[in-house]
Design a protein around this ligand. Structure first.
Ligand SMILES: [Zn+2]
Length: 255
């Protein structure tokens, strides 16, 4: 078995003890129902596999990076009544991030990319607060699912267990996808409050009232070819970000 030197969990102290790492990547998923046909760990697998492939491309281009183990739980406060959807409160996430940053800062790894796979995770307010506490650290985040224009790859819109996620899983872990005839149609009920549908006003959605099957977006047109093309596009785009972050001079970021 060949270990991947850019994955911390597969690295050995013998090789790592004298290494210099510019950027740590922290993939962050969630454990939650994904319509009837995708597994609860969908966001974890996406985190693991998209981060690893993006890191491979960046590593081969010379970036000094390491991918930390994925955090498997996300913020699922709006899904509290959906069976075994796990939840980390935002305050718990802040505590985890604080401890991770404390290690990186002390060890001289001064840049972090939080690689997010789950819409309920919102790291920006935490990053503002952590930036004050760790002034030597450069803390960044990305939502890979916003990195390329989904409509160039998929026909049906959606944002949870939709055509995009189903295609990705058909590419990455087809043995875990149930037959698409068993999937619900992922129909989303819109809010009766007009402004909440216009994306400038916000209230947390009570997921079980918005969708019957937990999905948002019809997965029926998903296939593995679409998943493979999208996987390639996303990982190439994220690799660019990783290369740029690893190389950037934190004292000279603008201009
Ligand atoms: Zn998901």
């Amino acid at each position: 078995m060949k270990t991947r030197p850019y994955i911390l969990a597969e690295s050995h102290f013998r090789n790592l003890k004298d290494a210099s790492i510019d950027l740590a990547i922290l993939p962050w998923g969630a454990t939650e129902a994904h319509n009837f046909h995708l597994p609860y760990g969908t966001d974890i697998m996406e985190s693991d596999l998209l981060a690893a492939e993006s890191a491979r491309i960046a590593w081969e281009a010379g970036a000094k990076i390491t991918v930390l183990p994925t955090i498997p739980y996300g913020v699922n406060t709006g899904q509290h009544d959906i069976f075994l959807d796990m939840n980390l409160n935002p305050s718990t996430q802040l505590a985890i991030l604080t401890d991770v940053l404390e290690v990186l800062d002390r060890q001289g790894v001064k840049k972090l990319l939080i690689f997010n796979s789950h819409g309920g995770n919102d790291f920006k307010p935490m990053m503002r607060e952590l930036g004050l506490g760790f002034p030597e650290m450069f803390i960044s985040t990305c939502n890979w699912y916003q990195s390329v224009n989904k409509s160039e790859y998929f026909d049906a819109p959606g944002d949870h267990a939709d055509e995009m996620e189903t295609s990705l899983l058909l590419h990455l872990a087809p043995e875990l996808v149930l037959p698409l005839e068993e999937a619900g149609d992922g129909k989303e009920k819109k809010s009766k409050i007009k402004a909440l549908n216009e994306n400038w006003a916000w209230a947390e959605r009570k997921w079980s009232q918005v969708t019957e099957d937990t999905g948002i977006g019809n997965p029926k047109l998903a296939n593995k070819e679409k998943g493979a093309a999208y996987f390639k596009a996303v990982t190439e785009k994220v690799a660019e970000l990783i290369i740029d972050l690893a190389a950037c001079d934190m004292e000279n970021l603008y201009g």
